[in-house]
Design a protein around this ligand. Structure first.
Ligand code: TRP
Length: 457
């Protein structure tokens, strides 16, 4: 795909069916799967979280993914335009996604910076300790030193910017064909090693066997937030990507294969991380540092561990970049399409603004850790909760109402069934998108707000 989407240009199409699936899967598969899913599961009661995640994935995630790409393909417009072309007043939903993009990318770039640092650390053999304490110190020392961590955050954004500017997404698309399967294979190998560590069984149990007593509102809110975050839904990314979809293509295939791929990678990451947490004596609820501390320890317990470590962090970086470009792209194309902005200038300015927004998030790991907003949240957690639990969720809610009721589920089904494709599950999808998704997401959203309000009080 060429990412340029000016008004007067003929819209580009995905080079191939695989091209779309790879780019959309590239957006979906990222730090959300590899880094966030394992630590969120660890911090939210393990199996209980995973079970609710699955429940939401099937009843909310799948239907919304299909709704988003169908809306995109029908209108052939990116988010704001897509909503507007069907109902003028709804353009604001696209705008909400753009705002959300700034916040998510600000926070994402903090972690993206960590990954770059770890690639370099791995290359220079700096992660080859078996001692959890030592690995913990390496991570802690890095994220708390303001100068270096901010520099790496900037570097991550710079890479994202360069890719979006150069419009080299076609190169990315090509690279994805190798990198994504490679990531998959290496995750399987790491998971096998982690699962065969002595004492790993406790971790498998923790991840897969739900302990119902651990379910509370916060677990539910975080599980839904994770579904949205992981699938890149609720911000307009999938609407935009769907708009590049060829009229002849099969939306059902794309709409099911992306969430499936995404979920497999998340589960693999969980199986690579959590058993090792138990086997090697880490803390499951350790939070954002989990992947960066546990996995190097797994590598140290592996033959050719160093090689795996290097490969792994390079692939994580690649996965993170294919996600971050999708976020930046949504913000940039808004200013180019809607405000007639110059593409290059807009991209640079947006990246700088996001960088500045991201600095407090990065610093909140160190010098600014005591600086809290909304009660007890530091900047990083604030961005995280604001996006996953409020903005994406609102975006998803509005998307379901829009496609189910405003545009109309039947019209969407008509679009899906173009070219004689038969959508056998259409009645179920229609029921979910109209009657299940809106109330279910509303309830969770209401509780997110309640959490926020009680934390301020
Ligand atoms: N889904 C990506 C991940 O799992 C992150 C991401 C990319 C995203 N684009 C998004 C999240 C849009 C929400 C909205 O890492």
């Amino acid at each position: 795909m060429d990412s340029i989407n000016g008004k007067n240009q003929k819209r580009d199409k995905w080079g191939s069916k695989l091209g779309f699936i790879l780019a959309a899967a590239g957006s979906a598969v990222g730090l959300g799967n590899l880094w966030k899913f394992p630590y969120s599961a660890g911090a939210n009661g393990g199996g209980a979280f995973v079970m609710i995640y699955f429940l939401f994935l099937i009843t909310i995630g799948f239907p919304l993914m299909l709704a988003a790409i169908t809306l995109g393909r029908k209108t052939q417009l990116s988010a704001v335009g897509a909503y507007r072309s069907i109902k003028k007043k709804w353009a604001f939903v696209g705008g909400l996604g753009v705002i959300c993009g700034f916040f998510i990318l600000a926070m994402y770039s903090t972690v993206g910076g960590w990954v770059i640092y770890y690639v370099i650390k791995a290359l220079t053999g700096g992660l080859s300790s078996k001692d959890p304490q030592v690995l913990g110190k390496i991570f802690g020392g890095f994220i708390t030193s303001p100068g270096i961590s901010v520099a790496y955050q900037g570097l991550f954004l710079l890479l994202t910017l360069l890719i979006v500017l150069k419009g080299i997404s076609s190169g990315i698309e090509r690279a994805s064909k190798i990198m994504m399967p490679a990531l998959f294979v290496i995750m399987v190998i790491i998971a096998i090693r982690a699962l065969t560590l002595e004492g790993a069984y406790e971790g498998i149990k923790f991840l897969l066997v739900p302990d119902f007593s651990k379910i509370n509102m916060s677990v539910i809110v975080n599980a839904l937030g994770q579904v949205f975050f992981s699938l890149s839904i609720g911000m307009g990314v999938m609407v935009t990507y769907g708009s590049y979809f060829d009229r002849e293509s099969n939306l059902l295939e794309a709409g099911t294969s992306i969430p499936m791929l995404d979920t497999i990678v998340a589960i693999l990451a969980g199986l690579a991380t959590l058993p090792a947490v138990f086997a090697l004596g880490f803390e499951a609820s350790a939070g954002p540092g989990l992947m960066f501390v546990t996995l190097p320890a797994v590598f140290s317990n592996m033959a050719f561990g160093n090689v795996f470590c290097i490969l792994f962090f390079i692939l994580v970086l690649f996965a993170a970049l294919t996600s971050s470009i999708s976020m930046l792209e949504v913000c940039v194309s808004y200013f180019v399409d809607e405000k007639n902005g110059d593409r290059i200038k807009s991209s640079i300015i947006i990246a700088i603004v996001i960088f500045m927004m991201g600095v407090p998030a990065t610093l909140s790991m160190g010098p600014w850790s005591d600086l809290t907003i909304l009660g007890n949240l530091n900047f990083f957690d604030f961005y995280d909760k604001l996006t996953s639990n409020i903005l994406l969720t609102s975006g998803g809610l509005l998307l379901s109402i829009f496609v189910g009721w405003v545009w109309g589920a039947d019209k969407a089904i008509e679009e899906i069934e173009r070219n004689g494709i038969k959508f056998k599950l259409a009645p179920i999808w229609k029921f979910l998108i109209k009657f299940i998704v809106p109330p279910a997401v509303s309830i969770v959203l209401f509780n997110s707000f309640k959490e926020v309000i009680t934390s301020i009080m």
